[in-house]
Design a protein around this ligand. Structure first.
Ligand SMILES: Cc1ncc(COP(=O)(O)O)c(C=O)c1O
Length: 411
């Protein structure tokens, strides 16, 4: 990152003047933390005693035998407390909030995993907490809303725009501008104005640091490929940082292909041709937007991947051809999920399953001496309603109808 927060042509910090002082303080605190080895030590201690770190690297023997090529390893971010990689970033920012002496945190959330992690951190550190979530996502991820509220957070459904992640981000910025002194905005992914892209990626680098050591211990050499799904880009940045600059390893980011790249209903920013450079939500990247700069509607079966922008760090790595970008359709995602559950007894989040799709397409073409790593960013339990719908599961439907009848009779 250069002084103005740019990564090549991408990034920057396009913020309203009223936030200048707040961002200056955040940058100072972040720089201090980065240059203080004791901070990283505190952070890893917290993550090992509160969030099951280091998360394991699992050898997926049955999937490996099924595809008959590279050895498939899965980095298990689903085993983090709160069920996803989001906790890595949130607990780190929580430590910074304590250092800044603020008492309130706000956050946006799509899949609800970042909201869950933020509500958890706020409960642990004693902060007041408000979570902004698009109304569509509230419906898709109702179990996460339930837990956030139970942990004491206020969840505000956002009714603007297409009522998903970008609209939640806009609303969180509105709140921040009105409460700059008391409040920290816990940005959930490697996007937004500097220093968020770099800072979030730094906290998430814990994934790549662990994976590098684990794959060497288990396989004896670096992997041929590493796969990560890409919403805003934080879990992918997290694991990629362990292998960037390593000639032996190809990095593959997998975006939401939704109903197909020709359908207009997807969130492929770097793997398709529909995105163009733009400035929005405080930073410059490739956005899915029309010629007037209005954001386009996006779609994915995974609530955490249907964002219009993408990390400026990934946009730079894409431009410099350091990361290859692909996309997976909703249908392919459900098939990959089905296979992983049946063969490994592991339930990836719908977001993470995008990485599995691409790895499954390519594993058979590699040699059995090669290893590949898939970053399983989260667990799929939160997606039970969407997955049950996708499988058109009759007994689940019956159960829901029965429960609804019980609620009706008892109310
Ligand atoms: C489990 C999971 N994986 C991936 C993502 C996508 O975010 P990112 O690209 O920042 O990792 C989300 C977002 O909510 C998520 O919940």
């Amino acid at each position: 990152m250069n002084k103005q927060g740019f990564f090549g042509n991408w990034g920057g910090s396009y913020i309203p003047e009223i936030l200048n002082r707040t961002f200056e303080r955040l940058r100072e605190e972040y720089d201090r933390a980065r240059n203080d080895p004791a901070f990283w030590q505190d952070y890893t201690n917290l993550m090992s005693t509160y969030s099951c770190r280091p998360t394991p690297l699992t050898f997926a023997e049955n999937l490996t035998n099924h595809f008959g090529g590279a050895k498939i390893y899965i980095k298990r971010e689903d085993l983090n407390h709160t069920g996803a990689h989001k906790a890595n970033n949130v607990m780190g920012q929580g430590l910074l909030v304590k250092r800044m002496g603020k008492k309130r945190v706000i956050a946006e959330t799509g899949a609800g995993q970042h909201g869950m992690a933020t509500a958890t951190m706020a409960a642990k550190f004693g902060f007041e907490c408000t979570i902004y979530m698009g109304e569509v996502d509230v419906l898709r991820q109702r179990p996460n809303v339930f837990w956030m509220e139970k942990m004491g957070a206020e969840v505000v459904p956002v009714k603007d725009g297409n009522r998903t992640l970008k609209d939640a981000i806009n609303e969180a910025f509105r709140d921040w501008v009105s409460h700059v002194d008391s409040t920290h905005y816990v940005f959930g992914t490697a996007c937004g104005p500097a220093p968020f892209p770099e800072m979030v990626s730094w906290f998430q680098s814990i994934i790549g640091r662990e994976a590098t050591e684990q794959i060497l211990a288990m396989h004896g050499r670096p992997p041929a490929r590493v796969y990560g799904c890409v919403g805003g880009g934080s879990n992918a940045m997290g694991i990629f940082q362990g292998f960037l600059g390593n000639e032996e390893t190809e990095l593959v980011g997998v975006e939401a292909g939704g109903r197909g790249l020709d359908s207009g209903l997807h969130a492929a920013r770097l793997s398709g041709t529909d995105a163009s450079p733009g400035v929005a939500q405080g930073y410059k990247t490739m956005f899915l937007q029309n010629d007037d700069g209005q954001m386009l509607e996006t779609h994915s079966v995974a609530a955490g991947l249907d964002y219009v922008g993408v990390s400026p760090i990934l946009a730079d790595l894409w431009e410099r051809k350091k990361v290859r970008f692909e996309s997976a359709t909703d249908g392919e995602v459900i098939e990959a999920l089905d296979l992983t559950m049946k063969l490994e007894g592991i339930i990836p989040a719908l977001e993470s399953a995008h990485g599995f799709v691409q790895a499954f397409k390519e594993a058979g073409d590699l040699s059995s001496d090669d290893a590949i790593i898939i970053n399983q960013s989260g667990r799929g339990d939160k997606d039970i309603f969407t997955i049950a719908d996708a499988f058109d599961d009759p007994s689940w439907k019956e159960f829901i109808i029965e429960r609804a009848e019980q609620y009706k009779t008892n109310s």
